[in-house]
Design a protein around this ligand. Structure first.
Ligand code: 3PG
Length: 204
């Protein structure tokens, strides 16, 4: 099994979280992001074309690392794997999904928002968790407070992470990467405004 930490170590520490409005936007968006060095992309299962987009990106852009996000149950997890997803991100922690991901040797990042959920994920063998929604959970102060208690656990915060605060998250030793939708606003993808997305991505 390739762990999420291994996958992330080959990439920039910012993961664009993408809600793709159309399949046609998948390749130009991925090319815009990868031209700025973003090679690890999370395609959320929030839009109808997400699974097809994951499949297309895996076939046509094999140099990228493509994950599925907003995966909330075992059925969606299987669909994401069938589409070729290389990692799975979930807003919550579900023991069935963790068992399934382990059996299929795919990296899964379960979502947490409380110490009990971190304990649940860690006790199921997870060494990386998504803090979601990071800002509402307490942001960088929460993650710092968890460092002493959960020494082996790395955080992937999303939800309220932005250009203005991402470096504060990334400065924490127990943060492996951070993600969010701010790099790829749906309005810009829908308009095909790759120049504007390129500008945002370059700044980050
Ligand atoms: C996620 O799915 O990780 C979050 O919805 C991203 O949150 P953001 O829109 O605040 O970046």
């Amino acid at each position: 099994t390739i762990s999420f930490q291994e996958l992330a170590s080959n990439s920039k520490p910012i993961v664009p979280v993408i809600a793709l409005p159309t399949l046609e936007s998948a390749l130009p968006l991925a090319d815009t992001l990868s031209s700025c060095g973003f090679t690890m992309l999370e395609i959320t299962l929030r839009t109808d074309c997400a699974l097809d987009a994951i499949n297309q990106l895996r076939q046509q852009r094999p140099e990228l690392i493509i994950g599925a996000g907003t995966v909330k149950n075992s059925q969606q997890l299987q669909q994401a794997l069938d589409a070729g997803a290389q990692f799975i991100v979930s807003p919550g922690t579900d023991s069935d999904m963790i068992t399934q991901a382990r059996a299929q040797q795919v990296a899964l990042v379960p979502g947490v928002m409380t110490p009990s959920e971190i304990m649940q994920a860690a006790n199921l063998g997870m060494d990386t968790v998504k803090l979601f929604p990071a800002a509402l959970a307490g942001g960088t102060e929460f993650i710092s407070a968890m460092a002493a208690v959960f020494q082996g656990v790395k955080f992937f915060p999303t939800g309220g992470v932005s250009e203005d605060n991402v470096n504060q998250y990334l400065a924490l030793p127990n943060v492996i990467c951070a993600g969010g939708t701010w790099l790829t606003p749906t309005s810009l993808i829908s308009r095909g405004d790759w120049n504007k997305i390129h500008e945002i991505a370059q700044r980050c």
